[in-house]
Design a protein around this ligand. Structure first.
Ligand SMILES: *Cc1c(COP(=O)(O)O)cnc(C)c1O
Length: 388
């Protein structure tokens, strides 16, 4: 009986927290006002609407200022930021890249664009990020160190890179993860697509690795319509990222010469103008989202059958998407809750189908992913827009 009453209880608690829901409460929507329109107009009037323009430089500077990273390089979306990051990390065709199975498909796609192979790793149930202890044990028993790096003994492929993802804005334990990466000679690239405004200890996420990818897609904490950025503390790497994202054209007033197969991955100034207006609001969004999370936390405190996902002890999270973890791991409570909430106009969603369960990635190497599969049946995201 309990399984049937839990969804109703959860539904009622959410309705109370977000205060008399309207006809439909979406999961996460962008918040704009006159400021966005003003800067877009300014951009159009300047005539520089494409990949060269003052708004690109200005948005990059704002990102540097906000995140404390030395450099930010804008891209057309978060996926292209990840793709370039992996290239800059030295990932090559047939290398393996360690990524969580519990992530958005873009993380794995970026690996495949290079012809490299995702190697799926387990998460832990507190932060829903990489389980560093299990990863360390896994690498110890399944890999061997050679002069040129660490190799997977069963596939005979080199493992080049480790990509932690800060799930729903909750940072991975980066000190512990970096210790493992250093021990096995792995380059770390952060998938920080969801964690703009989240801090690992006192550092903004993205500062604890070679480079990090952010996304400004429409559903993220701030949006440029579509867009992304690479954060890095390495000037050479930032310069190469910018070069590769602009067709690897050698700077010259009129000559068209290119020194590599580059990409057309540069964010247009129109999108950057939107970003300039959005990032002014980011500190306020983070405060409001943390306040909403506090209300959910208080409301779910002591409720049986469900727990509110709190930021890990090492982090200050942006609570991009608020998350409930159901006790029931059969998937039945999740299913009936999703049905009830969505039919009553409260948008709720499960997390992603674990990537190793998708036919297109089913041949990829993986460790035991019991927690990943269990959490996929237990997790639901609930309305999280900053204005709620
Ligand atoms: C949103 C997201 C991306 C990709 O960003 P796009 O801008 O949509 O390309 C990558 N990884 C994760 C975890 C994301 O949530």
């Amino acid at each position: 009986m309990k399984e049937n009453t839990i969804p109703v209880t959860i539904q009622e608690i959410i309705s109370k927290v977000i205060d008399a829901p309207e006809e439909f409460t979406p999961m996460h929507i962008p918040i704009f006002n006159e400021r966005e329109i003003d800067l877009l107009r300014e951009c159009v009037e300047s005539n520089f609407v494409s990949s060269v323009g003052a708004f690109c430089d200005r948005f990059e500077s704002s990102l540097v200022e906000f995140t404390g990273a030395r450099r930010a390089v804008l891209t057309v979306n978060g996926t292209s930021a990840l793709h370039l990051s992996l290239i800059l990390a030295g990932v090559e065709r047939n290398d393996e890249v360690l990524i969580p199975s519990f992530t958005f498909v873009a993380t794995a796609n970026a690996v495949r664009y290079i012809g490299a192979i995702p190697h799926f790793i387990e998460i832990e149930d507190q932060s829903l990020g990489v389980d560093v202890t299990k990863l360390s044990q896994w690498l110890e028993t399944t890999t061997e160190a050679r002069e040129d790096g660490v190799w997977n003994k069963s596939t005979g492929r080199r493992i080049r890179c480790l990509v932690p993802m800060h799930t729903f804005g909750h940072p991975v334990n980066m000190d512990a993860l970096n210790a493992v990466a250093a021990r096995f000679g792995l380059v770390v690239v952060e998938d920080a697509a969801e964690s703009l405004g989240s801090y690992y200890r006192d550092r903004h996420t993205g500062n604890d690795s070679l480079c990090a990818a952010i996304s400004f897609n429409g559903n993220k904490i701030i949006t440029t319509g579509g867009g992304g950025a690479i954060l890095t503390n390495d000037d050479d790497l930032a310069d190469r990222a910018k070069h590769l994202s602009t067709t690897a054209k050698i700077p010259h007033s009129w000559e068209m010469r290119h020194d590599a197969v580059g990409f057309n991955y540069r964010m247009p100034a129109l999108n950057a103008a939107l970003g300039c207006a959005q990032i002014e609001k980011l500190p306020d969004f983070v405060v409001k989202k943390r306040a909403l999370a506090a209300r959910y936390r208080a409301a779910f405190d002591g409720v049986e059958g469900v727990r509110f996902l709190n930021e890990p002890e090492w982090a200050t999270s942006n609570y991009w998407l608020n998350t409930l973890v159901l006790d029931d791991d059969s998937g039945e409570a999740q299913e009936s809750f999703l049905e009830l909430a969505n039919s009553e106009g409260i948008m709720t969603r499960p997390a992603w189908t674990p990537l190793h369960l998708l036919p297109l990635f089913s041949d990829c190497p993986k460790m035991d992913l019991t927690v990943t599969e269990t959490m996929a049946r237990r997790v639901v995201n609930i309305p999280s827009t900053a204005s709620l």
